[in-house]
Design a binder for this molecule. Structure first.
Ligand code: GLA
Length: 386
């Protein structure tokens, strides 16, 4: 990966010195769609992510290349604007981060950059957050702005919500910016506050199950869920209690407000409220290294995202059910926003190969497609590569 970005950088931008950075992608153990509802989430940075070769420029030009994506972008700072445009494609993420540095820190210098990733793109492992975070730590290092990791995460998050226009929560950018090897991030999104909880690789491994189903509806479906949760919250505030976030309600509140709730609001709220309880129970299990109990919560979470939140699909339901039927699997669920992309299974070390064979065969038989499999490890947070 490093050789590939280095070679491409020299070909595109010449041989003067450049610097290299990395930011991880993430899986999320529990807390599906809780971040923008003020709930708790349990993401873990993985040993895959986005690599960047970069050199600052004195003028305001920004030139962006990707080893994996065809679009090459050359823009003048004055033309970056306030929002991305369709023709900018993936480059909207780094440009959004640059825009944040310009707005908040007065940055005017441009840069030349080449990106490459070893995460499947747009599949629920947060390649976009990793692009944002790697750009932010690189600009921070090049211009010595000395931002803290939390500020990096918030700047990256604003690039996605403000510039790109996805109304996502803070989980992905925090997971990437605050990732630590061997640790899961327990992030209380309402604060935000966080702590790191150890994950024991000798007791449990994370197998990614890639359905290869593109997430075409992810952006519109995602923003629709955000709006539906706002509606449900409003009903609960009026008919149960006035709490600042949907994730803070409980099942008694749902019972109190039930007659006022339309069926969609009720289902969305029920997922959020029960997922919050599952995430808390999962964090307790994780601290005890009880991967059986943690795995059960993942499988329950999948059912709730499928039935009440309606962000699963046949491919994700089949692949998680096939995994759960295997010996040595603690539990499985979709990861990321859903609507396609990847699921994760927690597996006993040594079991992954047989799981892969059985799940691969079941998936091929049903859909005629070869699913992808990848054993991911917890990985370090972002940083410069020397
Ligand atoms: C996407 C969003 C996150 C989060 C998840 C669902 O990954 O970017 O903010 O909402 O979906 O948990």
């Amino acid at each position: 990966m490093l050789d590939a970005i280095g070679a491409r950088f020299r070909t595109e931008f010449g041989g003067a010195p450049f610097r290299r950075f990395f930011a991880p992608g993430r899986i999320n153990l529990l807390g599906a769609h809780l971040d923008y509802n003020g709930g708790d989430v349990l993401p873990m940075a993985v040993d895959r992510g986005i690599y960047l070769a970069i050199r600052a420029r004195d003028d305001g030009r920004i030139r962006l290349r990707s080893v994996d994506q065809p679009q090459a972008i050359d823009v003048a700072a004055a033309d970056v604007g306030e929002r991305t445009r369709p023709e900018l494609a993936w480059a909207g993420y780094p440009l959004g981060v640059w825009h944040g540095f310009q707005q908040q820190l007065g940055l005017s210098a441009g840069f030349d950059a080449v990106y490459a990733g070893d995460l499947p793109m747009a599949s629920g492992l947060s390649s976009s957050a990793a692009i944002e975070v790697v750009t932010a730590i690189a600009l921070d290092a090049l211009h010595q702005t000395r931002l803290e990791r939390q500020q990096i995460a918030l700047l990256a998050h604003r690039a996605e919500t403000g510039f790109v226009g996805v109304r996502c929560g803070i989980m992905d950018q925090f997971a990437s910016a605050l990732g630590r090897a061997g640790q899961v991030l327990l992030l209380h999104c309402a604060g935000p506050r966080w702590e790191h909880v150890p994950f024991d690789p000798a007791a449990c491994e994370v197998l990614v199950l890639d359905t290869k189903k593109p997430r075409h509806l992810a952006k519109s479906g995602f923003n629709e869920r955000v709006a539906q949760c706002a509606t449900a919250h409003e009903i609960l505030r009026t008919h149960a209690r006035d709490l600042p976030h949907l994730a803070l309600y409980d099942e008694n509140d749902l019972a109190t407000a039930r007659s006022a709730m339309d069926p969609v609001s009720l289902r969305r709220a029920r997922h959020v409220v029960t997922e919050m309880a599952r995430t808390r129970a999962g964090a307790v299990a994780l601290r005890r290294h009880d991967y059986e109990a943690l795995g059960k919560k993942l499988s329950e979470s999948h059912r709730s995202t499928a039935v009440d939140y309606e962000v699963s699909c046949d491919e994700l339901d089949v692949i998680t059910a096939a995994a759960c039927a295997c010996e040595g699997v603690f539990g499985a669920r979709l990861t990321g926003a859903g609507f396609g992309g990847c699921a994760i299974a927690l597996v006993r070390p040594g079991a992954a190969e047989l799981v892969q064979q059985a799940v691969g065969a079941a998936f091929r038989q049903r859909f005629g497609v070869d699913a992808g499999f990848d054993l991911l490890r917890s990985g370090p947070g972002p940083g410069e590569i020397f």
